[in-house]
Design a protein. Structure first.
Length: 259
């Protein structure tokens, strides 16, 4: 059994002896530091709708302020897991290049993570009781972290699951090492009335050319509205955008559920 597996088993046993959530957070952060992790983020959400209930982070206050001021939540690939259904993800800081077509915010986030000391990040969505799930994000600045996160994913999944099932929303109030950052997480997407009109007509089965005719728009404009709506909904396809909009109650075209 490797060191990470032994660490996780030991952590699980130790957490079972601690019943106060704040104490569990403090103890867990201390232990994670011992094995090379320098930050833990956790987000609780409803899988069907993507509604976020709470977010906690042990990243530095300086980094969290920058993350908020730059609007990096919009381009955060790990946060996008709440909506796109991806179960796990590894991200290496400063690995994106402008030539690859990434957005300015995606590039800024990726390279600013390196400056903040969060070099390697691994995230996992963990199903939980009561129709909830938790997104667990672990960060490390150690050179060997990439191998651990990419080649020992089973062990990483077990560790993330232990963290998700043993840590809740209560956070330490005396040391200030964990922050409630729910307010900077994205809320329900703010679609324009025209974007909602286009989505409603798309849900009824109309093609772009017909939507353009019905709304007295050019087909290029219709495609632009759809593209903007997809980006706001963090949806990779128009079909997934429709599903997401329905789940959030943004559109409710007659007969759509029976199509």
């Amino acid at each position: 059994m490797n060191a990470l597996s032994l660490f996780t088993l030991d952590l699980l046993e130790e957490l079972s002896l601690r019943h106060d959530d704040q104490e569990r957070w403090e103890f867990t952060l201390d232990r994670l530091t011992e094995i090379g992790f320098n930050a833990l983020n956790m987000l609780c959400f409803t899988p069907e709708t993507g509604a976020i209930h709470w977010v906690r982070s042990s990243m530095s206050q300086g980094w969290l302020n920058r993350y908020d001021s730059q609007g990096y939540a919009e381009a955060d690939p790990m946060l996008a897991q709440v909506q796109n259904g991806r179960k796990s993800l590894y991200v290496q800081a400063a690995s994106l290049r402008p030539a690859d077509g990434h957005s300015t915010k995606a590039l800024g986030l990726n390279h600013d993570l390196e400056k903040a000391g969060y070099i390697h990040l691994y995230s996992l969505v963990v199903p939980c009781p009561d129709n909830e799930a938790k997104l667990v994000v672990l960060s490390s600045d150690r050179p060997d972290a990439q191998v651990q996160m990419t080649e020992r994913q089973r062990e990483m999944r077990v560790l993330a699951t232990v963290l998700a099932t043993n840590l809740g929303s209560d956070i330490p109030s005396n040391h200030g090492r964990v922050y409630d950052i729910t307010s900077i997480a994205p809320t329900t997407p703010d679609l324009t009335p025209r974007e909602l009109q286009v989505l409603n007509l798309l849900a009824l089965g109309h093609r772009n050319d017909r939507i353009a005719e019905l709304l007295n728009l050019s087909e290029v404009t219709v495609r632009t509205h759809l593209k903007n709506a997809r980006e706001k909904l963090r949806a990779p396809t128009r079909e997934s955008a429709l599903v997401r909009a329905m789940q959030l109650g943004l559109i409710n075209p007659p007969g759509y559920r029976n199509r």
